[in-house]
Design a protein around this ligand. Sequence first.
Ligand SMILES: Nc1ncnc2c1ncn2[C@@H]1O[C@H](COP(=O)(O)OP(=O)(O)OP(=O)(O)O)[C@@H](O)[C@H]1O
Ligand SMILES: [Mg+2]
Length: 470
Amino acid sequence: MPHALIVDDDANAAEALADLVADNGFTTACADSLQAARDLLSTSPDVILLDLILPDGNGLELLRDAQTRESDTQVVVVTGHATLESSIEAMRHGATDYLLKPINLSQLRGVLSRVARPPELSAEVKDLRTELRSLGHFGRLVGASPPMQRLYDQLSRVAPTNATVFITGESGTGKEMVAQTIHEVSRRRLRPFLAVNCGAISPQIIESELFGHEKGSFTGANRQHRGYFERAHGGTLFLDEITEMPMDLQVKLLRVLETQAVSRVGSDRLIEIDVRVLAASNRNPHDAVAAGKLRKDLLYRLQVFPLYVPPLREHADDIELLAAHFLADLNKRSGTSKAFTPAAIDRLKRFHWPGNVRELSNAVHRAYIMTDGDWITQVGLAPEPTLAADFTGRSFQVGVGDRIDAVEKRLILATVQHTHTKEAAAEILGISVKTLYNRLRAYESGADLRPVSSPAPASPPAPGSRTPAT
Ligand SMILES: Nc1ncnc2c1ncn2[C@@H]1O[C@H](COP(=O)(O)OP(=O)(O)OP(=O)(O)O)[C@@H](O)[C@H]1O
Ligand SMILES: [Mg+2]
């Protein structure tokens, strides 16, 4: 039976909580001070439910206590609303989760069921930590350079907790992959991982997409709809491009994060949810706050644990490893054995990769397709513009021989970057808002697209098939 230590200077509150915890299949012990709690650490509790304000000090001290950090003990901070900030601080210091007073039974149950799982997971995370040092990857993330090792180290600390994580980094650096990895090495991994790109859903429908709606709540709402939050119950919700979420909805999101309950559009009924939120942006979040794109209180709430994914040029040592990884994947899928010549590798290493890992992956794929024999020479590695390119100026160069779809993509992305709203961008471009959203979604997913005005495409080449040079 798992064991819980309840630390609260209010003996009555501690006993009441202990009863609830015991109902969930735990043995329990109570401590009314920091010292009493320290004395009981030798019983190796599986979980400590920790009040932060104690007569002989701050509960954080217990959290920092080496004994606690070395063992598999999980610390859940129990706090009143007034100290929400300090509980966020506690999560930054390694607490697994927090509970708000008065204790909500189903939230308590959720937290306890997560901490009561057998310790294999933490063993697995430890294995991953060793693995990342020796093999140069963490889960599906590839890279052996010091900046990636730092990232893996942070990942292995934060993934098993329930903390909200804010992932920043340039486009194509691997933010979504980092989010998936957090989910995969967390206790939620058998539950859904859902990703929502807030920049690719029109502002009119994003609220009902996230929170759901009741039948008849607006024109066109023909039936009840469960939103992403409800569907991610028990799992992880990845809110990508969070700075594109309308400001009024950011208020609602903040409330959902604080109450862990949603109400569908057209209903006042609160539905309790147990969802871990991860958010990402390729903007600097503080700039986004200054520009009025992100609410400061929401950033604070999301950034319990900030993670920065470095651009590829800051871990150029990984280029060869990454390129080999992408090539091996292609070889495996098509049963080939193509390899880079030393000159090709040299060329890859010297390029500055403004579109980061995505651009490298695309370049390897292109070179693979263009190569007939076993040796991939430098030919065909000429990178085409990517999502991240050309965003600095108001114009970009178009050369004779450029592909129309590539030029269109650059034009669309650059225009979106320079206009305040997607509606304005669509108007300037002379296309419908719907078309614009479809394009952005397709670029996001890496799909190949024909230009807006051209006829329907023939089916695209299958991966690994040969296409003539363009
Ligand atoms: N460290 C890595 N190891 C292996 N593959 C990676 C790594 N980083 C990124 N990738 C691959 O690069 C591509 C881009 O990654 P991802 O979509 O996670 O980037 P992103 O930061 O979310 O980009 P954007 O800001 O444009 O949405 C994906 O195909 C992903 O699988
Ligand atoms: Mg992404």
